[in-house]
Ligand binder design. Sequence first.
Ligand SMILES: O=P(O)(O)OC[C@H]1O[C@H](O[C@H]2O[C@H](CO)[C@@H](O)[C@H](O)[C@H]2O)[C@H](O)[C@@H](O)[C@@H]1O
Length: 379
Amino acid sequence: MTRQNMVMQEQPTLTIAAAAAITESPSPFFRPPLRATGAAATYARHKKLLSRTDLGGGGGGGARRATSWIESMKASSPSQLSPAAAPVLATHGEDYDGWVKRHPSALHNFDELMAASKGKQIVMFLDYDGTLSPIVDDPDRAYMSDEMREAVRDAASLFPTAIVSGRCREKVSSFVKLSELYYAGSHGMDIKGPNDGPKHTKAKAKAVLFQPASEFLPMVDEVYKSLVESTKSIPGSRVENNKFCISVHFRCVDEKKWSLLAERVRTVLKDYPKLRLTHGRKVLEIRPTIKWDKGKALEFLLQSLGFDDCNDVLPLYIGDDRTDEDAFKVLRDRGQGYGILVSKIAKETSASFSLREPAEVLEFLCRLVEWKQFRADGK
Ligand SMILES: O=P(O)(O)OC[C@H]1O[C@H](O[C@H]2O[C@H](CO)[C@@H](O)[C@H](O)[C@H]2O)[C@H](O)[C@@H](O)[C@@H]1O
């Protein structure tokens, strides 16, 4: 990354590489991924598909690539799973029970989790869609409840708290409406600290604005316009400009038209090898090929807060999407903190714990606040 790519009011002292090099002994809750046991071969095939989310840019590929796009669109949309795979990935099936043993509920294990935070500063990282707000058809109406906002506000008054989202930073902060938070929009490619300056930091207060993909702005804008034009005849499709990345939504598109949509997107991307495509929840996500993701954003924020190269921090990252896996993986690799996946179905994940839905995220945040206040009272 070049110096010009960094738009920072004050630069953190250590490099991201240095932060990534920190090693710690694995946490008492560390669970190595379970080897597939009696799970059906179908499940293995779907796991493979689900992990194949980065399908590269538009350059080359032809029919084989188009087919794999459709497969991935289906695989990342659980209701579209084939009947053969459905029982394995179903919410109430045996296999979900097995999965939840490997990724236990963060609520049921709350006391153990808090015990692991002894002597450590908790830092909260929260994804937005599907984590703080329920998934809805219209991305412009994905509001979080006042109750959830209150819980996030309370948490942020006690712990450094960041929202890490695929959405454009301005958009997600207009939904959350809390100026005291850190926001990492565009899958972490647009990071900004609280308006009034940071609280709870170990290091001297630093105002942060970090945009590692700024040189891609004109290209992303150009591609956004082309995608709007080329997909406008497909009913239900929707293109969202997330500033440093683009979302092409197919939640409201008839499944029979998915391949047409994929083809249109692929045709536009063909001329932009510096952009890549990944899959989210009924959404195709297009972003620069730079090595930056939610995991890098997490590391950057820990570093900015003065928590790199130290043992006395416990980052907790709550998210529901494939893009959150980059952050879960960073925590696993560092052996520090915990990823908490929000999911009602069994999913391949690097998260240690799980919560079923945003309502449980709310409960978890409320318990966290209560727990901290109780401790602060010296009880
Ligand atoms: O990282 P996130 O905060 O989870 O953002 C990921 C994408 O979220 C939004 O799309 C998703 O939520 C929509 C509203 O519930 C839903 O309609 C859509 O199907 C989901 O994919 C957002 O609109 C995207 O731009 C984000 O990339």
